[in-house]
Design a protein around this ligand. Structure first.
Ligand code: SAM
Length: 214
């Protein structure tokens, strides 16, 4: 979801009280940052923030961090959060390629991946947020009792992700090829992409991945 470049977006992000400027400084100290020991859930590739903002509203006892690579998109999420002023939600403009630099062992309880970029060419497979390279990164900071929740409308990406997780020793569960007609739809929060694709008649695929026991 790369929007056109928005002049001043980076400056606005830096000025916002709802973004972390030097996230590396908080590695191992996120509990201290939030000022409580509530669980911490991440959304990687948060886009315009609809999903994570609604989650944070519904669950004040969970801390949320939205990670997004592009300022031009993140600025939309920040505009919403500046209206809501949710104390349990912050955003980081960051490329998840470097995610191990900002979270330490066992700091994170859950990761949401919603409609992640499919990177359809084989030679780009390592860039997929569900690739074995990313799963290996997540293990370094996800609790052993934690989970990754993944939604997409892209069947190839879904099949690849399912296979990759199993091969890497993750337990895959709660798999559905039609989330909106499934038992897991209750409480489901639609993302921007989910609304768009399901309005076009596309089924939504969803799975939960649990890390291998250490
Ligand atoms: N999750 C939102 C939704 O479902 O509506 C947005 C989906 S959009 C297809 C994917 C988003 O992930 C884009 O905003 C993109 O910039 C972001 N993204 C992709 N790769 C990323 C990375 N390595 N680090 C952080 N964000 C990333």
């Amino acid at each position: 979801m790369r929007l056109r470049n928005i002049p001043g977006a980076r400056d606005e992000i830096v000025a916002s009280p709802y973004t972390i400027k030097n996230p590396e400084e908080y590695k191992g100290r996120w509990t201290e940052y939030f000022g409580n020991d509530h669980p911490i859930h991440l959304e990687i590739g948060t886009g315009k923030g609809k999903f994570i903002i609604e989650l944070a509203k519904r669950n004040p006892d969970i801390n949320y961090i939205g990670i997004e690579k592009f300022s031009s998109v993140l600025i939309r999420a920040l505009a919403k959060q500046e209206e809501e002023e949710l104390e349990n939600l912050i955003f980081i403009r960051f490329d998840a390629d470097e995610i191990e630099n900002i979270f330490d062992k066992d700091e994170i309880d859950r990761i949401y991946l919603n409609f992640s970029d499919p990177w359809p060419k084989d030679r780009h497979a390592k860039r997929r947020l569900t690739s074995d390279r990313f799963l290996g990164r997540y293990i370094n900071f996800l609790k052993s009792t934690g989970r990754v929740e993944f939604k997409t409308d892209n069947r190839d990406l879904f099949d690849y992700s399912l296979e990759t997780a199993k091969e890497a020793g993750w337990e895959v569960k709660d798999v559905t090829y039609d989330l909106h007609s499934s038992e897991w739809n209750e409480g489901n929060i639609m993302t921007e992409y989910e609304e768009r694709f399901s309005a076009q008649g596309n089924p939504i695929f969803r799975m939960v991945e649990c890390p291998p026991s250490r």
